[in-house]
Every structure is written in structure tokens, then in C-alpha cells.
Design a protein around this ligand. Structure first.
Ligand code: NAD
Length: 480
């Protein structure tokens, strides 16, 4: 039963995309390029209260993190690392509000790009929170009590993304206890900072604050560090972050956060018992949950799982005909912007009668810390667990001339191949520019390359990419 006035608009589209994050944007643009009349409904407001395309990724996620990390990296270099170049800098000071402003300016420029892209492709933009009424019928309204409008579509794509998961024991106020979104706007430097969760977001945020000279402590419930990447890379990452001064407490499950006039006391449980840590600010980075609440009426009968993920098949189709779900909203792949973007294009092409399936086995993952971590394919531990015959080649970046010239010598490239066929099964990198270097590995795997192919590929010298070549060479020569 609706409690507010709702009006049918007589507006009908081939496709309506709900959500304008990376997945929704990519989908809407591809639909329009394929000649489908397309609309996109989104309810994100930027810091100034204006409607904004780009979703969490652009407004409160990867872009903001990367911008701040770059500033923090420069600050740290100027403070600590440039004397060896024979450069002496004095009076280096931090202007955190300016750092945040630079980040906001970048976001604004990219928002304008997205708006131009929509205008160029004649995608109809609607502002509001959308709800699926039934197949083909969507209601949206600009505010909770405002009258709603109804539009119709032959195809509907749900792309509403995800939001930070709230931890009941650490109530967010965004003054002392922040979620991972608000944490990107902290504009005064805490002396001591704790972050709950040493996952991707926790580590990326910790990297920023630690580089700015804040005493940063990560509290992670699990006993092991970074379970998703190859464990050799995780061990290397732990060692490097530790050397950078990051305090990483594993097996530390946070059970309470008590605010006081001078910050917050965090209680956590370890094998040794209950411990406490007092900090000025606390960030909660304990995962994200899909934005599926109130996305469809009960009558629409959209199937969700117990954690709120929309149920989809391998073609991103929900249980409702003509309704698709993409991006963080489903469990089809990891919560990665580029996974959502690929799915957006994939669904648009399906709607247009094309079928170009996505190869999820070739999906690169990146953690934007300093140094970066990037990988594609399978890990050594996963391959050993199933008894796959493998050979491994590793090459340390410090052995490349390029790394020596830049002074960014930390990290390694690791290639895992099938021992009988020489096919590359996984490539794992930690080091400066790992996020860029992984592209060659993804392409190689997409073309089912062998390590021999990589060895025969000429790499420019001196570059970091030679580490990939030389790791492949080590596989060939049987040198570890
Ligand atoms: P995550 O699941 O990667 O990490 C959360 C961590 O919090 C876990 O390790 C968990 O053990 C820990 N935790 C939970 N409750 C705790 C407690 N009470 N005390 C201590 N530790 C606790 O989640 P995330 O880092 O928030 O990231 C969310 C998603 O977004 C992930 O899927 C991630 O891959 C994705 N993401 C990716 C990128 C990227 O690709 N660079 C960037 C941001 C987010």
C-alpha cells in the first residue's frame, strides 16, 4: 500500500538502470551506444547536496582513496625520502583541508565527465530512490515524503551497489567513530588512529594515515593476514607495512568502542584476553553490504539471499524476467568496480541480442596500498590444495635496474604455471605500479599464454615490466 501520491509519467524506455555507480554507468552508456532508449535513476548527492553520478566508487571510494594516498605518499617522500637524492626541503607542512579539497576537485571533474557522457549518449537522468514495483514498472521519488513518479521499461538493470557494514559495537557518529566513507573527509590530523578490519579498505585507509605520520593501529579479528591474495605476497605485504610503522594486531576482535571527551577506547578480545586501546579517532572498515533494502516491493517478489544479495544466474539475470542485477549487489564475483563495469557492458549487450561472456577467471584484483598489490588467476595455496602440478618463478623488483633508479625496490613478481602445459595459472605482484603491471599478465592469460611466450616477448629495458619477463625466465630455468 502506497502512502504518498504517485504519478505514472507515461515515460517508457527500452532500459532503465537503477544506480549510476561504475556498473550502472557502464551499462547505461553501452545500452545507449547500442541504440536502446535508456534512462538511469540515481539518488547520490555530493557534499554540496547536488545529484551526482559515479556512486560510491567515485564519490566515496576508490577515486577518493587513490587521490589521498597520492598526497600522503608525496608528503612522506618530502619528509623522509628525498635527502638521499641530494635534495633538502625545509618547512614541509601538511594542509589537510587542502588535501581533501584536491580530492574533492578530482571527484567533481570526474562527475562532470560522467554527466557529459550521459548527455552525449542522450541517457535520460532521473534523481531519486527507485523501487521495483513489478517487472517493467519502477517508482522513484526525489525525497522520502515527496510524490513518486512511475516509469516503465522493457528491461531493468539493478545496480545499486553496496554500503559500509555497520558494526553494532562501534556506533558511527562520523565525529570520533567513522565509517569508511566519512573517513575520506577527516580534515584534522589525529595523533592516534585505530581502524577495525585489516581488509582491503582498512589497509588502504591505514596506508594514507600512516604516511601522514599518524600512529595507526589496525585491529583484525582473523589470526591470519590478508587471506585473499597469494600467501607469499601477503607475508611480504605484512613485512613491508610493518617496516613502515603500521601496527597490525591480528586475532583482535573488537567488542566495544567507548567514546569519551578525549577520543575513544576500543576494547578487543585476543587469545590472551580482553585488551584496550585508546585513540583519538576510530574507523570501522569491516566490510560492505549490498544496497538491496527497499529496492523492490514484496509483490515484485525479487529473490534475495539472507545477506541481502540479489540472486542472479551466470548471465546476471534475476529471478524476474527482464530484470538484471550487476556489481556489488550480487555474489557473482568480488566487489570490484571493474567487475561491475564488465557486467554492465555484458548485460547491455545481452539486451541488444549480443552475447560476449565475461571470463571471471581473468579478473584482476588490486589493493591500492603503497606499495600496491595486484593479482590475477589462482594462488599457490589454492592450486596446491587441489593437487595441481605447478611450477613457480619469482623475481624481486630490487633486482631490476628501474627499481634501483627510482628507489622503489620493495616487492616481487610471482608467476605460477601448470607444470605439464606451461600455461600461466596465476600472477601475483607486490610493488610500486603493481596495478599497472598486472595488465600484461591479464592479457597474457586471456590469450592462454605460456611462460615461454612471456620469455619470448621483448620487454623494454630498464622497466619494471622486466620483472614479469624474468619471473617467467625463472620458471623456464627451474630457478625459484
Ligand atoms: P573485507 O571483508 O575485505 O575486510 C573486513 C575485515 O574486517 C575482515 O578481515 C574481518 O575479519 C574484519 N572484522 C570484521 N569484524 C571485526 C571486528 N569486530 N573486529 C576486528 N576485525 C573485524 O571488507 P572491506 O575491506 O571493508 O572491503 C569491502 C569490499 O569492498 C571487499 O569485497 C573489497 O574487496 C571491496 N573493495 C575493493 C577495493 C579495491 O579493489 N581496491 C577497494 C575498496 C573495497
Amino acid at each position: 500500500m502506497k502512502t504518498k501520491a504517485t504519478q505514472a509519467t507515461n515515460q517508457a524506455f527500452d532500459v532503465v538502470v537503477i544506480g549510476a555507480g561504475p556498473a550502472g554507468l557502464a551499462c547505461a552508456v553501452r545500452c545507449a551506444q547500442l541504440g536502446l532508449s535508456t534512462a538511469c535513476i540515481d539518488n547520490w548527492r555530493d557534499k554540496k547536496g547536488n545529484s551526482s553520478l559515479g556512486g560510491a566508487y567515485l564519490n566515496a571510494g576508490c577515486v577518493a582513496t587513490l587521490a589521498l594516498l597520492e598526497s600522503a605518499r608525496i608528503y612522506h617522500t618530502l619528509k623522509h625520502d628525498i635527502q638521499m637524492h641530494g635534495i633538502h626541503a625545509e618547512g614541509i607542512a601538511l594542509d589537510l583541508p587542502q588535501m581533501i579539497k584536491r580530492k574533492d576537485d578530482i571527484i567533481e571533474a570526474l562527475q562532470r565527465n560522467a554527466a557529459d557522457l550521459f548527455a552525449h549518449h542522450q541517457i535520460q537522468r532521473f534523481f531519486g530512490k527507485a523501487k521495483l514495483l513489478s517487472e517493467g514498472l519502477i517508482e522513484f521519488s526525489p525525497a522520502e515524503k515527496a510524490p513518486g513518479s512511475i516509469i516503465t521499461a522493457r528491461h531493468i538493470v539493478l545496480a545499486t551497489g553496496s554500503a559500509p557494514f555497520q558494526l553494532p559495537c562501534a556506533a558511527i557518529d562520523n565525529k570520533v567513530i567513522f565509517d569508511s566513507v566519512a573517513a575520506l573527509n577527516i580534515d584534522s590530523l589525529p595523533k592516534r588512529l585505530a581502524i577495525i578490519g585489516a581488509g582491503v579498505i582498512g589497509l588502504e585507509l591505514a596506508g594514507i594515515w600512516n604516511r601522514l605520520g599518524v600512529k595507526t593501529t589496525l585491529l583484525e579479528a582473523q589470526d591470519t593476514f590478508l587471506n585473499l591474495p597469494d600467501q607469499q605476497i601477503s607475508r611480504e605485504a605484512y613485512r613491508i607495512y610493518n617496516e613502515q610503522g603500521l601496527d597490525m594486531r591480528l586475532g583482535a576482535r573488537v567488542i566495544a568502542a567507548r567514546k569519551s571527551r578525549h577520543g575513544v577506547t576500543v576494547d578487543y578480545q585476543t587469545n590472551e584476553g580482553r585488551q584496550s586501546l585508546h585513540v583519538d579517532k576510530l574507523i570501522v572498515a569491516t566490510g560492505r553490504k549490498p544496497n538491496s533494502e527497499d529496492l523492490a516491493t514484496a509483490e515484485a517478489n525479487l529473490l534475495l539471499d539472507e545477506n541481502g544479495y540479489v540472486h542472479v544466474d551466470e548471465n546476471c539475470r534475476t529471478t524476474l524476467p527482464g530484470v538484471y542485477a550487476i556489481g556489488d549487489l550480487t555474489l557473482l564475483g568480488p566487489m570490484l568496480a571493474h567487475k561491475g563495469m564488465e557486467e554492465g557492458v555484458f548485460v547491455a549487450e545481452q539486451i541488444a541480442g549480443l552475447h560476449n561472456p565475461i571470463n571471471f577467471d581473468r579478473l584482476p584484483s588490486v589493493i591500492f596500498t603503497d606499495p600496491e598489490i595486484a593479482w590475477v588467476g589462482q594462488t599457490e595455496q589454492a592450486l596446491r590444495a587441489v593437487g595441481e602440478p605447478i611450477k613457480i618463478g619469482t623475481y624481486y623488483l630490487c633486482d631490476t635496474a628501474k627499481a634501483q633508479t627510482t628507489g622503489k625496490t620493495e616487492g616481487l613478481v610471482k608467476i605460477i604455471i601448470h607444470a605439464e602445459t606451461d600455461t600461466i595459472l596465476g600472477v601475483h605482484i607486490i610493488g610500486t605500479h603493481a596495478a599497472e603491471l598486472i595488465a600484461e599478465a591479464v592479457l597474457a592469460m586471456e590469450f592462454s599464454a605460456s611462460s615461454e611466450d612471456l620469455v619470448r616477448t621483448i620487454h623494454a629495458h630498464p622497466t619494471l615490466s622486466e620483472a614479469l619477463h624474468d619471473a617467467a625466465l625463472k620458471v623456464k630455468d627451474g630457478i625459484k
